[in-house]
Design a protein around this ligand. Sequence first.
Ligand code: TYD
Ligand code: MG
Length: 453
Amino acid sequence: MAKTPDFICQSCGATYSKWSGRCDACGAWNTIVEEAPLSAGPASKSLGKKRGRGMALVDLATEETPPPRTQSGLAELDRVLGGGLVPASAILVGGDPGIGKSTLLLQGAAAFAASGLKTVYVSGEEASAQVRMRAQRLGLGQAPVQLAAETNLREILTTLEAEKPDLAIIDSIQTMWADNVESAPGSVSQVRAAAHELTTFAKRHGMSVILVGHVTKEGQIAGPRVVEHMVDTVLYFEGERGHQFRILRAVKNRFGPADEIGVFEMTGGGLAEVANPSALFLGDRDRPSPGSAVFAGIEGSRPVLCEIQALVAPTPHAQPRRQAVGWDTGRLAMILAVLEARCAVPFQGLDVYLNIAGGLRVREPAADLAVALALLSAREDTALPPQSVVFGEISLSGALRPAGQTENRLKEAAKLGFSTAIAPKASKTQASQDMRITSYPDMATLVGDMFGA
Ligand code: TYD
Ligand code: MG
């Protein structure tokens, strides 16, 4: 049967029979590209005697207990994996180019090798000599890791078949190409085919595989989104390029909690683990300054305190600017709207900038109140009470909703020398002897009390 070429959106992977300027599935413009269809290659090698037969769950369960997880010894990495590497699992590590994925995985490869896993690191981006140089720079020159610089999938699978490693790291999935797929490396067809081959190979041979995937802000590079569905675990490595802190975040994990984070610091000698990140994202706060609020947040399973900074200034433009780094701009607009509509604090004619210190990206709605207080404090040019932390979610009505894990937040804040918490009224908390809690039912009451409207 003759196949018509496929037109594939390079952003989300949707397939069309003809070209169009805009992808109906994801709404992206100019992302649809013609790609040759998957040629029907030779049927995959024998699946063994179990081919096509079902198996009773109860038989599977009694077969043998699953082998234990392997810990790398890099506690931050193990934590994000859900307590170590599960045998025969497939993991995707995504992130912006240059953020430190290769560094992380080379260190991870060495650590897993030291823990007894036979590890192969396949680089499609750098020559073996370059990888070795990097390893030396990281002090891992003697690590028992097999290196391969290869992009041809068939060659890689042959090598893996011969070497039978416990763990293969593929850096990156965008550079791999399968010779039975006729589109360019990096295209959705190629990435999908390579990821599919590698993950099925891994499952069949009881090998774990870690795929590295680049993502760009525009989502232009084909891929990781398509791959996310094929793997067990999806980790994102993020951080601001100018800051030294990097966060490894689990966004999907079949074998552990999603939303767990690991914190690293990029140093001259590679990534260093940050075991206690709670104070990391607090700016230099000798004296309280207007426009700054400390949010007592929870990242994964740990409390993390971070400073939220705001700047509010008269605008020279007809359309005032609303910019946020580390915080969702839509959520910023919502909080500004609540302040205007429910508290009669206008922001028209004012530029608003919001920044989370240290390059952290905060996603918790519990940070709403801290964002609002940073904005109000900047606008009124009044510092918040010294030694105070803030948390709580703001609803569109202006009501304040309690945040989860209040006790953990308060305990961590007290530990770091804070003495007051500004929080929603309903927070079920007994004021501990170390922390004084000032609580409000809604934003209007808070604004009236704190800023004397
Ligand atoms: P890299 O791991 O190559 O990023 P990715 O694989 O995600 O593209 O790391 C890129 C940056 O990290 C590079 O700009 C240099 C910096 N770096 C350090 O600061 N210290 C180090 O020890 C190493 C190896 C890299
Ligand atoms: Mg790299």
